[in-house]
Design a protein. Structure first.
Length: 380
């Protein structure tokens, strides 16, 4: 499959080169962001990259010599809308929004002026590179460092959430729930609740918190100025607030190594609802969307093991949540991760607790059926 992601390579020089406007557009996360998927030796060797993080991906092929393989008109077409050349390409259309599903905004990714600057730069990537010494990939170092951080309990930041979650459980939950029973149920989420709505573990925690709020304040004083005594019966909790994350982290840690076990309800009518949610989740997984015009499937099936900058593409198995991500500088739920993927392909991001997020989680969990839960994990 030919995959071009608005990027090219140039002759490697012994001395740093001056970056062109097109090269800056290709390297900038806010414009082309091409180095996420392709190596650009010219940028690595440029003077402007000297003080920047220049990790480059291999999600797409290196385009060393692309200026020799394509003429200017062909290069422009690859950038504007590569689907004209290759209908199944993973190359995002940088010069049009036509036939895109849920693009985040109405304007194109690049202006005509920016496209021409990039084309001019790509035409210079024509010579065969000289040999250079192999360097240990930065991603290998990063992966090794994250593994060490996660295995060292004294240094692992997730331990803070686990400890606090345990304290909250003992104070607020243990009187009503047997820990062993709840832990055994962790691998079964998402599932239908009593109203036949698809919920995940964090939703269930939020429901319990709401119930506790109501029980603590059964008759709130309408004249009170205290937040704690108002609208207790309608209080809702965001799944990434601290208390929900703390309890979720504690329970997922306690369920570590239990196998994911997703199954439809035994009641036939309920099973029909469950299967509809699963089918919708599969459809979402396979639907291209956003300005990047990519689907989950194209990354987490077709490109497993490749890299976007320093981030290695995984199979997308949701076995290690909640996750502490270095890029977040904090802990987040699987909901937050899925929403981040919508943002990453520059699509309209579903609101928190949107049913599509639960449907996608359900489908991802069925793909990971039988795999052991890792417990809360650290990711880049």
């Amino acid at each position: 499959m030919v995959v071009v992601f608005l990027v090219g390579s140039s002759t490697l020089c012994a001395e740093p080169i001056q970056a062109s406007e097109g090269l800056r557009i290709m390297a900038d996360r806010n414009t082309g962001n091409c180095v996420s998927c392709h190596e650009i030796p010219a940028w690595k060797q440029s003077t402007e990259s000297a003080n920047r993080l220049t990790l480059q991906g291999n999600f797409g092929p290196s385009l060393q010599g692309v200026g020799s393989r394509y003429n200017k008109q062909q290069l422009r077409q690859w950038i504007v809308d590569a689907r004209v050349i290759h209908p199944n390409t993973l190359m995002p259309p940088y010069g049009t929004n036509e036939r895109l599903h849920l693009p985040a905004r109405s304007k194109n990714l690049l202006t005509q002026k920016q496209i021409e600057a990039v084309v001019d730069t790509l035409t210079t990537f024509a010579q065969v590179p000289v040999s250079t010494k192999d360097e240990k990939p930065s991603e290998a170092l990063a992966t090794s460092g994250i593994a060490q951080l996660q295995s060292a309990n004294a240094m692992n930041p997730i331990e803070l959430w686990i400890d606090e979650g345990k304290r909250k459980w003992e104070e607020d939950c243990s009187a009503c729930h047997a820990l062993e029973k709840v832990v055994k149920a962790v691998p079964n989420f998402p599932k239908l609740d009593a109203s036949h709505k698809l919920i995940n573990l964090d939703d269930q925690i939020s429901v319990c918190r709401q119930r506790a709020e109501v029980n603590a304040n059964p008759n709130p004083n309408p004249n009170s100025n205290s937040i704690a005594t108002t609208t207790a019966s309608t209080q809702s909790f965001y799944n990434d607030d601290n208390l929900t994350l703390e309890l979720s982290t504690f329970l997922n840690d306690a369920a570590r190594l239990l196998a994911i076990n997703i199954a439809p309800p035994t009641n036939p009518s309920h099973a029909t609802i469950w299967k509809k949610n699963l089918a919708d989740g599969e459809r979402l997984f396979k639907t291209r969307m956003g300005h990047m015009n990519l689907s989950c499937q194209q990354c987490h099936d077709g490109k497993v093991g490749t890299s976007m900058r320093a981030q290695k593409i995984s199979a997308g198995h949701p076995t290690g949540f909640p996750a502490y991500r270095i890029s977040w500088q904090g802990l987040g739920s699987i909901e937050r991760r899925i929403r981040a993927c919508y943002s990453g392909v520059q699509a309209q991001v579903p609101a928190p607790q949107d049913i599509r997020l639960r449907q996608l989680e359900l489908y991802l969990k069925t793909r990971a059926q039988g795999l052991p839960l890792e417990g809360p994990s650290i990711r880049q």
